[in-house]
Design a protein. Sequence first.
Length: 243
Amino acid sequence: MSQQSTEHGTAGVPDFPDLPEATVARLPEYLRALHAIADSGVDVVSSEDLAAQAGVNSAKLRKDLSYLRSNGTRGVGYDIAQLTSKIEHVLGLHQHRGVALVGVGNLGHALAGYDGFGSRGFHIAALFDADPRRVGERINGMVVHHVDHLAAVVLKEQIAIAVIATPAHAAQKVADALVGCGVTSILNFAPCVLSVPDNVDVRKVDLAIELQILSFHEHRKASLTALPGGRAAAAGNQEAVGS
């Protein structure tokens, strides 16, 4: 589902158009690349250099940025500060959104202590767990609340985004509670599929699935090297996959 701006310019039209989901998914990569390039002291970047830094082809990058009405200057490139500001605005990062984290086991504890969210436009605003042994614990200066207090804390902190880092068996109940108190975007680390209303966006991160996909590629490479031509055949196939 593509997303559209709810903010309007002076002419009464959205300040960015409806974006393809694939473009939305690549914008954070462009933003990361822009920050890295800016840190090296560069003010202007070509589409080819930005695309290389982001890991995409330059034609795809130019098409994505054209949706934002950012076409750069022919023969010069993109002004890094301006493009960074525009992408941050489109992604809504100027609001520095608070996020609720439910589940402070090993993974949740690591996420709660991660300092990198602040530079990406977010901060962990509240921590929750159902384990009485966890409730009251302090992590990165924040107290872990019991999940029974979700509604009150979410309302107080005006939270719309939450991360679920619970075991799979508890995730749906947590999702229901989050939706019930007004959360409309969920990042799910639990290895299960959540059922939510149409107005709630869910992104799923399953590390085991990602490892299984990598395992497939390792299996394929091993099979190819066993064929006549060996490593040369595997290298040629790898280039075909990446093209």
